[in-house]
Design a protein around this ligand. Structure first.
Ligand code: MG
Length: 367
């Protein structure tokens, strides 16, 4: 099989809540997502989606996805998409870094591998480990009482895991954690995700002030070293996210006991190939994962579902159904949340079919 063409679509994803806010005053009203279609000489077509969380979250941005694909496309035409490690070596040789721009190419090749073998991706990623996965709900940063009310609403929809967006004013963040923990059941899981938003002294104050509560602390400070400083000061369970972005940083974190859980975002690490490697390293070292991505719609959600459903339940800390946050459907066959859980499709590959009316005409075609 050979790659004959790459078609790039741009789609706006508005939010049901209107706005998503996180640390340091960052917010998004409409997400800019990229859908990639890879055509082959076998008549099979592979799909993927990449949607950065704006331009200020990770070193990634929406137009960078499309510029990266433009840079990579001439190196990919004529290559065998089923030789996925080979495709990754070609991309890494042609463009240093920019894992998020390579992720949709890698994922679309996995979709093609599934379609060519007639197997769902969860089978190819290691086999079904669970029928469905428990989801978390991200709670946009607002006043503590508003966040507590939103958590009650999402708990009523079946969610049992919640991730608070903190990383703002330390005193307000302490109030946010206390107000939301108070409305949850003891069995509900609460994560306070600062998204690198605290300096060390702020993080130290927060972890000390909530030390009596059942709450996880996620990525308190910008750097690995600053976050490690907080890790050493608190007995609260600890999640690393933004700074665990390669197999190498994961191995360092495991060796130095930097975290109890990681947040594994598929596009952050460059696609399913590297995410699967990191997933398996985590399992072999007893590190559960939140399996998700920076953002996305139906196709990202389907990709998450396949990786998560091929991961044992005890290592799937949570996962994300991004397609329930937005107002626009971009693919048929994507997972739909039921009682706070989602399942991967049994159809070949990702098991999705794009809705071309939603995607519009391609913004770029390479052949
Ligand atoms: Mg996080």
């Amino acid at each position: 099989m050979k790659i004959t063409g790459l078609n790039v679509f741009q789609v706006d994803l508005p939010l049901k809540e209107g706005r998503y806010s996180w640390s340091n005053g960052n917010f998004i009203d409409v997400f800019d997502s990229t859908v990639l279609e890879i055509e082959t000489d076998a008549g099979l077509t592979g799909y993927a989606e990449c949607c950065p969380l704006g331009s200020a979250y990770l070193p990634s941005f929406a137009r960078g996805v499309r510029a990266g694909i433009e840079e990579l496309a001439p190196h990919l035409i004529g290559q065998d998409p089923l030789n996925i490690n080979g495709i990754n070596r070609i991309m890494d040789a042609a463009l240093r870094g920019h894992p998020y721009a390579k992720a949709p190419v890698d994922i679309a090749c996995w979709d093609l591998l599934g379609k060519s073998t007639g197997l769902p991706l969860y089978t190819l990623l290691g086999g079904a480990a669970q029928d469905d996965v428990a989801l978390y709900r991200a709670i946009s940063q607002e006043d503590p009482d508003i966040m507590a009310r939103k958590i009650e609403g999402y708990a009523a929809e079946g969610y049992t895991k919640f991730q608070l967006k903190v990383g703002g004013d330390a005193d307000e963040d302490i109030a946010r954690i206390r107000a939301t923990r108070a409305v949850l059941k003891p069995s509900d899981l609460l994560v306070a995700d600062a998204n690198t938003g605290w300096t060390r002294h702020e993080a130290a104050r927060v972890v000390s002030a909530v030390a009596d509560l059942d709450v996880y602390i996620e990525q308190p400070c910008p750097s690995y070293e600053e976050s490690m400083s907080i890790r050493r000061r608190t007995g609260l369970p600890f999640v690393m996210d933004e700074v665990i972005d390669t197999p190498a940083t994961l191995v360092r974190g495991i060796a130095e006991d930097a975290m109890d859980v990681i947040n594994l975002k598929i596009s952050k690490v460059g696609g399913l190939t590297k995410a699967r490697l990191m997933r398996d390293i985590c399992i072999s070292h007893g590190i559960p994962m939140t399996i998700e991505d920076t953002w996305g719609g139906d196709i990202t959600t389907a990709t998450i579902a396949h990786l998560a459903c091929s991961t044992p339940a005890e290592f799937t800390f949570s996962a994300t159904d991004f397609n329930s946050y937005g107002t626009v459907d971009i693919a048929e066959g994507a997972p739909k949340r039921v009682n706070g859980r989602m399942a991967a499709a049994d159809r070949p590959g990702l098991g999705i079919t794009p809705i071309y009316d939603a995607l519009g005409t391609p913004v770029a075609r390479y052949s």
